[in-house]
Design a protein around this ligand. Structure first.
Ligand SMILES: NC(=O)c1ccc[n+]([C@@H]2O[C@H](COP(=O)([O-])OP(=O)(O)OC[C@H]3O[C@@H](n4cnc5c(N)ncnc54)[C@H](OP(=O)(O)O)[C@@H]3O)[C@@H](O)[C@H]2O)c1
Length: 324
């Protein structure tokens, strides 16, 4: 008897921070194909170039692969850029999501979509529940909420995961920014009036593996459902920076606590980004480890990956010189 073919999963934003970890984790058990808008040298899964803001191109790419599940991670994630470029944010976060959902509906594929704590205004005392009313402060948050609303209205089958304060090897994130600055500074200003759950993209990818292996029935149910997901525990940015520096052996660099207002960033951020994790634990059985444990495993991996990339760049430069 031949074994059944592995489930085919299409990942959008396959070269991004979460998309890369998803491809690496899920390709062990599933057939993975990726989409991204430009060539990505670090990708290990097959992928096509596709700009999701283009309806026709997106439909053609998705229909040509006919995946059972589409994991839609692609988004315009630079919050301050979105605040100042509304048309691009609408195209990248709303129109792109509409194109993916419409194509998924045509081929009966289920969707997994990632949203954010930034759909809330942060004024709640206590953890945000999935049933709390969104009220985004930033334009990025507004566009992510519009994406959620389209999925809730139109998608045949979808799970929306709101995730928070994501960090990972393959994208821009707070730990990388802090460690980069620490290499050149003896002290740094970091805000202490925003609280959240730092969440490793690798742990989100592992949770998706568990979901697809053990709870596929929930994904195949009709309609759309929202869940909050993140590493356990909470912290504010300044204490998180201290933890990162200590973990990286840079504890001598001093963190000065400042209020967010001092940074004068274009987009406002919620002060309370803490999402309740109860529903995803109860219904999906997903319980992520603490952010401290995740961070301590992440830091040496980041160091190793950065050293590898540096060595690769040096080797490429030397090869170029030799052939010139
Ligand atoms: N990062 C966070 O802290 C955070 C927190 C909560 C939720 N989320 C959500 O989680 C998801 C994954 O975030 P991430 O940090 O992994 O994102 P990311 O690293 O910015 O990766 C997104 C990927 O999508 C690609 N992309 C963007 N626009 C595209 C388009 N029009 N067509 C095709 N590809 C496109 C990007 O390409 P380029 O590199 O060329 O732009 C990038 O490869 C997003 O939906 C985000 O909104 C993130």
């Amino acid at each position: 008897m031949t074994a059944p073919a592995p489930m085919k999963i299409l990942i959008t934003g396959a070269g991004g921070m979460l998309g890369t970890d998803l491809g690496n984790v899920l390709s062990q058990e599933f057939e993975i194909v990726g989409l991204d808008r430009r060539p990505v040298t670090h990708l290990t899964v097959p992928y096509d170039i596709c700009d999701l803001t283009q309806a026709r191109m997106t439909r053609d790419a998705i229909l040509s692969h006919k995946p059972e599940v589409i994991i839609h991670t692609a988004a315009m994630t630079d919050v301050d850029y979105c605040e100042e470029h509304h048309d691009e944010a609408l195209a990248g976060n709303v129109a792109a999501t509409e194109h993916v959902v419409d194509a998924a509906n045509e081929i009966d594929a289920s969707i997994i979509f990632y949203s954010t704590d930034y759909v809330f205004d942060g004024n709640k005392k206590g953890e945000y529940l999935e049933t709390d009313t969104p009220n985004p402060l930033s334009f990025y948050g507004k566009t992510k909420r519009m994406g959620e609303e389209y999925i809730l209205r139109v998608s045949k089958r979808a799970l929306i995961f709101r995730i928070t304060w994501l960090f990972g090897i393959w994208g821009r994130c707070f730990p990388k920014a802090i460690l980069r600055q620490a290499a050149e500074a003896t002290k740094m200003n970091v805000v202490d009036d925003q609280i959240g759950r730092p969440t490793w993209s690798w742990d989100v990818a592992q949770a998706m593996r568990q979901l697809l292996l053990n709870k596929k029935d929930v994904l195949l149910k009709s309609g759309a459902n929202i869940f909050h997901l993140g590493n356990a525990g909470t912290v504010h940015w300044a204490d998180y920076a201290r933890f990162l520096l200590k973990g990286a052996g840079l504890g001598a660099v001093k963190i000065m606590d400042i209020p967010s207002a001092h940074l004068k960033r274009p987009a406002p951020r919620p002060t309370n980004s803490v999402l309740s994790l109860e529903k995803s634990e109860k219904i999906l059985g997903l319980k992520l480890r603490s952010w401290e444990e995740a961070t301590l495993e992440f830091l040496p991996k980041l160091k190793q990956e950065l050293a590898l990339l540096e060595a690769k760049a040096k080797a490429q430069a030397a090869e170029k010189e030799n052939t010139a």
